[in-house]
Design a protein around this ligand. Structure first.
Ligand SMILES: [Zn+2]
Length: 398
């Protein structure tokens, strides 16, 4: 397993500098809260910070531990984990007793041990493992209880214990009170490192007691480069993934499991019946995506986003932007041709319609209906009343 170190965090210079400064200074607050959008490296940073803090070179071993004093420590940076000492070897595989790692899980309580062990194993095997939660996933009460009991004892080996809580916004009220009590305890030997992508969901008392570290969305070119260099993803696919990711590497990785190029072509093809004024054809095409329930809704949302990227390319091409600025540059010829045929005002009008469709899908409007009327409007077609789908009530089928 190659666990990332603080100096290797992707695209978070401010957070990385701050956390390394803390490590170099060697004075720790009782709690840190790493916050920012999902999938930008907060969890990775939290574990990297924990490792740096526990590293033997950083004083992870109690000062004056006579037995060890004579053993020479490996060389390493002053502001990061050395990656070479015995402690670093164990923190890298999450097998150090003074590094505790809590994360939300779903499923039955009787399977909890297995679920946790499997997730940790997956993370060990793949540093790019993406945590995915269903709605009910939470940081289990039984695990925090066990941990809180443990906190009443001294750390096992290191001078302090680090507890990393991933997505700390998925806890219950009484867990927060217990957490607060521990954070506020003077002279505590525990350092809490919490992460959240939903700061507003934490009780206000938590952020106010933590040292906050902000994480930013990742720049698109950085994601493109990373996907190419680390995963060998072809540039045209990587560009599309990065553009859809909204600055979240995790989202890019998840989207990669679909086939983004194929999906884009499908999305653009959806517009064809609308352009022909073929209402029945459009309705049929749109419905094809919704039979998969929630996943279908997600797909429709992505289709709209793919359309948006295409239209933004039209705007860029209309302004004579060079090829390098087009996301869909593998279809540059079509983009240039289409851009020559529509005015920027018309492209903006279509973008606004797409925005409206997205909002409707977020709300309670039936996605295929929103998509149908939206694409009709994007195509500029005016369908007569009789041409609308006969039984819109059929939309409740899924
Ligand atoms: Zn070390």
């Amino acid at each position: 397993m190659t666990m990332v170190r603080l100096s290797e965090l992707l695209g978070q210079p401010a957070a990385s500098t701050f956390l390394r400064g803390v490590v170099a200074g060697g004075r720790y607050a009782n709690a840190y809260l790493l916050h920012g959008p999902a999938g930008v490296g907060k969890g990775t940073a939290a574990l990297a910070f924990a490792r740096a803090l526990l590293c033997e070179r950083r004083g992870g071993v109690p000062a004056g531990a006579g037995l060890f004093a004579a053993a020479p420590l490996p060389d390493g940076p002053d502001d990061d984990a050395c990656g070479a000492c015995a402690t670093c070897a164990r923190t890298a595989t999450l097998q150090h007793p003074d590094l505790r790692f809590l994360f939300p899980v779903s499923g039955e309580e009787k399977d909890l041990d297995t679920t946790v062990a499997e997730t940790q194993q997956a993370l060990r095997e793949d540093p790019l493992y993406v945590f995915r939660y269903d709605k009910a996933a939470s940081i289990r009460l039984s695990l925090t209880r066990e941990l809180l009991r443990e906190l009443t004892y001294r750390p096992y080996e290191a001078a302090r214990r680090v507890v990393v809580v991933r997505d700390a916004d998925r806890m219950r009220e009484d867990q927060y009170s217990a957490l607060l009590k521990s954070i506020e305890e003077p002279g505590a030997s525990t350092v809490w490192v919490l992460t959240t992508a939903r700061l507003a969901r934490l009780p206000a008392t938590i952020p106010s007691r933590c040292q906050k570290v902000r994480f930013a969305p990742l720049p698109e070119p950085l994601i493109v480069e990373f996907l190419g260099a680390r995963l060998g993803i072809a540039a045209r696919e990587a560009r599309l993934l990065a553009a859809l990711s909204g600055g979240s590497l995790a989202r890019a990785l998840v989207l990669r499991e679909g086939q983004p190029l194929q999906e884009r072509d499908q999305a653009l093809a959806l517009l064809q019946p609308a352009l022909r004024g073929d209402a029945a054809g459009l309705w049929k095409a749109v419905q094809g995506f919704t039979k998969f329930g929630r996943a279908g809704r997600e797909t429709l949302r992505r289709m709209i986003e793919l359309h948006q990227l295409w239209l933004r390319d039209l705007l860029r091409a209309g302004a004579d932007a060079p090829r390098e600025q087009l996301v869909n540059r593998d279809r540059e010829k079509e983009i240039r041709e289409q851009a020559a045929r529509v005015t920027p005002a018309e492209v903006r009008r279509r973008l606004m319609v797409l925005e409206e469709i997205l909002r409707s899908i977020e709300g309670n409007v039936t996605p295929e209906l929103a998509m149908f009327s939206g694409l009709t409007r994007v195509a500029g077609a005016r369908l007569a009343e009789g041409e609308w789908p006969r039984h819109p009530a059929a939309r409740w089928d899924y």
